[in-house]
Design a protein around this ligand. Sequence first.
Ligand code: ADP
Length: 154
Amino acid sequence: MKRVAVFPGSFDPITKGHEEIVRRAASMFDEIIVAVGRNTSKAYLFSEEQRLSWVRDTFADVSHVRVEFFEGLTIDFCKKNEAHFILRGARNSADFEYEMAIAHMNKAMWQEVETIVLFSDPLYISTSSTIIREIIKNKGPVSQFLPNRVNVYG
Ligand code: ADP
């Protein structure tokens, strides 16, 4: 069986922290699908096309990383793509508690899925899309937190 993992997130915008998780997991799976959320009730800073395009640029050099939009339940997206793994990252105890709760709920809804959580690289433990968005709104310098191919100021 092909080992396919889904890495779901908002990626508003993608950060070096996200990038590092996917690159580290790349050797563990035959394919990773980075699933860029399009949730109509969520107010994103960047459009869905922009978020997806930055994620695609970031992983253009990794042939078994695919980037898709997704909406609805993560497990439904996993079933549709025959993916039995959900990949997530954890920076701290708050992330850990949150990820554990989602993992338990997803497992309860679909027994055939396993969530794999990788601990953040210590370098990126404070890197957060939420904080980066605030800096961007104030035109601050963010390139150090973003993948090399992502330039939010165009
Ligand atoms: P969501 O809206 O689902 O939280 P995010 O784009 O914020 O989407 O995050 C997607 C995943 O990446 C989550 O598991 C989150 O904990 C993880 N993540 C976010 N930032 C980092 C980071 N700096 N290091 C490691 N994992 C991270």
